[in-house]
Design a protein around this ligand. Structure first.
Ligand SMILES: Cc1ncc(C[n+]2csc(CCOP(=O)(O)OP(=O)(O)O)c2C)c(N)n1
Ligand code: SF4
Ligand SMILES: [Mg+2]
Length: 269
């Protein structure tokens, strides 16, 4: 992390809590850079996370108020904090399992209510911390501790899920695109309603190891190769977009343009 950003890190940190090659470290950098570039006052900033490797992104690393809460309940705590002190900029950073599996109901209802929260979901397509179980974002066919023969189910499309639930701003970028990712986090924080950023963040230890992607470079190549911009995806069939990571930004107008149904550029499940 460059010197200019060290002021946002807790003193005494010796490295991060993440395995070598974990995408969550790159996401930590993007979050800190976004806060720096927005010039946010740390005293009016609150980070909230649940439980999981991704939930360690703000706590213990970022020098600001952090609530490291219960598994699946980060959005509920964030809602309470924002209602108690509306002046706070409240940013939830947590994992796909935490936010979308056990915490899925909190997520969609917070989007529906439209409270001014920013939720950043580190999606590594697996439960990393607890040994690599499949979750609702695990790709069809992927191996995990609970699906050694391949996951029989397709994943949620988080963009469509959260936008359909009422979010004002939704974005998806991989950690391999740190500049657009940082800009999306800034836009999400500036959005005065519910906003959501999905971040494709590779997990070498659980997802890579179980899916013949032990080489960290190959795991990052996979994310890079699967990513396709929203503009490039537009007009392609669901079959062509299957398994691709459509990246970009979406607002509720995209739903209106699509007649309330399909979000342009988002693959059908
Ligand atoms: C109520 C409850 N159920 C289950 C757990 C076990 N648990 C802790 S973290 C986790 C999954 C975390 O996955 P994710 O949010 O995707 O984060 P990652 O580790 O992949 O970054 C689970 C199942 C728990 N701590 N509490
Ligand atoms: S288990 Fe996976 S998600 Fe957790 S720190 Fe290691 S590489 Fe990252
Ligand atoms: Mg995960």
């Amino acid at each position: 992390m460059p010197r200019s950003l060290e002021q946002y890190l807790r003193p005494g940190l010796k490295g991060t809590t993440f395995c070598p090659g974990c995408g969550h470290g790159i996401l930590l950098h993007a979050v800190v850079r976004a806060v720096h570039e927005l010039g946010l006052d740390r005293r009016e900033l609150l980070f909230v996370s649940g439980i999981g490797c991704a939930a360690w992104i703000p706590s213990p690393h970022i020098l600001a108020d952090t609530l490291h809460t219960l598994h699946g309940r980060a959005v509920a705590y964030a809602t309470g904090a924002k209602l108690a002190n509306p002046k706070l900029t409240v940013i939830v950073v947590s994992g796909d399992g935490d936010l979308v599996s056990i915490g899925g109901n909190h997520l969609i209802h917070a989007a529906r209510r439209g409270l001014d929260l920013t939720v950043i979901c580190a999606n590594n397509e697996i439960y990393g911390m607890t040994g690599g179980q499949a979750g609702p974002t695990t790709p069809r066919g992927a191996a995990s501790a609970t699906t050694p023969g391949g996951n029989p189910y397709g994943p949620f499309d988080l963009v469509r899920l959260v936008l359909g639930a009422g979010a004002a701003y939704v974005a998806r970028f991989p950690v391999t695109q740190p500049r657009p990712l940082t800009d999306a986090i800034k836009r999400a924080i500036r959005t005065p309603f519910f906003s959501f950023v999905e971040v494709a963040s590779p997990c070498p230890t659980q997802f890579g190891r179980r899916n013949r992607l032990e080489d960290v470079g190959a795991l990052y190549d996979r994310i890079r190769d699967l990513s396709i911009s929203r503009d490039e995806a537009f007009g392609r069939s669901a079959a062509e977009l299957r398994d691709r990571i459509v990246v970009g930004e979406w607002t509720p107008e995209d739903l209106l343009l699509a007649g309330g149904g399909r979000v342009p550029g988002a693959p059908a499940c």
